[in-house]
Design a protein. Structure first.
Length: 305
């Protein structure tokens, strides 16, 4: 069976329990996003990151998932930090796993971690050199222009329904010569080159994680970065490195969808926001690979001097 047939088969099963059209019509604004994480943080921590607080994909180099692979995004940023680094901002920091790793390694650097209000963000326990702020990455008016050496976001900018506005704001708070680092899911093809089926599958998969389907084409993101004052824009495709994480999530979600009695029980007892991302878990190994609907990219842009 090819990827498209397998996707159709899985979507038919999913549709028995989660109405595809309903999910596609639901909002992905910041209120909906905050509620989604508020309801699912506990399960992300328990099942996805096994207590690590990482709400992102592991990056595995040798084809095998290890818990340590969740630290690779932070390790990459660690490799960019130098003697002159004073201030680092992480947007959409979640349970602050990335900034905590970096802050413990660099006690003399000041880290700021920002996430949405209404998701208990300030309750996170962090080292003294991390300041926790509640807010929206589309409005960083609490921070002065040119105040950070690095700004980074791991699997969070995908939530922006206005990527131009977000990138402009992130660029504003970066020092000239400072770097923006993004790890995220993207569509590798422009929407006009995707089939209706591919568009629907992409939108549905993203919606199950309350991620918008607006502005996900990597080509558009490169243009936005160039327009927002970035040069040396490097995009690295890490789709292969997330494959072991995807297969792990596929096993867990496949078990869920293939055991209707268990599914019905969990669906009745756990908030819908916390179970619906099993949809993405089951579809993503096929969207990231067989059909080339999604791609996992690391982007590094340097703000022009
Ligand atoms: C997939 S989680 C990633 C969390 C963290 N970056 C990590 O790697 O573990 C996405 C995070 O982005 C946050 N987020 C989404 N939209 C946001 C916005 N407009 N402003 C700030 N944070 C946002 C969510 O609340 C959530 O914590």
């Amino acid at each position: 069976m090819d990827a498209e047939q397998e996707l159709k088969k899985r979507i038919d099963i999913i549709n028995r329990y989660y109405n595809v059209d309903k999910l596609l019509s639901e909002k992905t604004d910041k209120k909906a996003v905050a509620k989604y994480y508020r309801k699912s943080d506990f399960f992300y921590n328990l099942i996805h990151s096994r207590g690590g607080g990482n709400i992102h994909m592991g990056l595995s180099d040798d084809g095998t998932f290890r818990k340590d692979d969740f630290l690779e995004q932070a390790r990459f940023i660690d490799g960019l930090i130098n003697d002159k680094t004073e201030k680092v901002l992480e947007v959409g920091a979640g349970k602050v796993a990335n900034s905590k790793y970096l802050a413990m390694k660099h006690p003399s650097i000041s880290f700021t971690a920002l996430d949405l209000p209404h998701r208990s963000f300030k309750k996170n326990k962090v080292p003294a050199n991390i300041t926790l702020c509640e807010g929206d990455f589309n409005d960083l008016s609490d921070f002065e222009e040119g105040s950070f050496d690095f700004v980074f976001g791991v699997e969070t900018i995908c939530h922006s329904e206005d990527k131009s506005r977000t990138i402009k704001e992130l660029s504003r708070v970066l020092k000239p010569g400072g770097k923006l680092i993004i790890f995220d899911v993207y569509e590798p093809k422009p929407r006009k080159k995707m089939t209706d089926f591919e568009k629907r599958v992409s939108s549905f998969t993203l919606a199950s994680m309350r991620v918008t389907d607006v502005g996900q084409y990597i080509g558009d993101m490169k243009k936005i970065l160039a327009k927002s004052g970035f040069s040396q824009i490097e995009v690295t495709d890490l789709t292969k490195q997330i494959r072991p994480s995807l297969l792990r999530l596929e096993r867990l979600s496949g078990y869920y969808f293939n055991h209707p009695a268990l599914l019905r029980f969990l669906k009745a007892t756990i908030p819908r926001d916390a179970t619906m991302n099993s949809i993405a878990g089951w579809l993503m190994p096929l969207t990231f690979d067989g059909r080339n609907i999604h791609q996992y990219n690391r982007i590094v842009g340097t703000k022009k001097l």
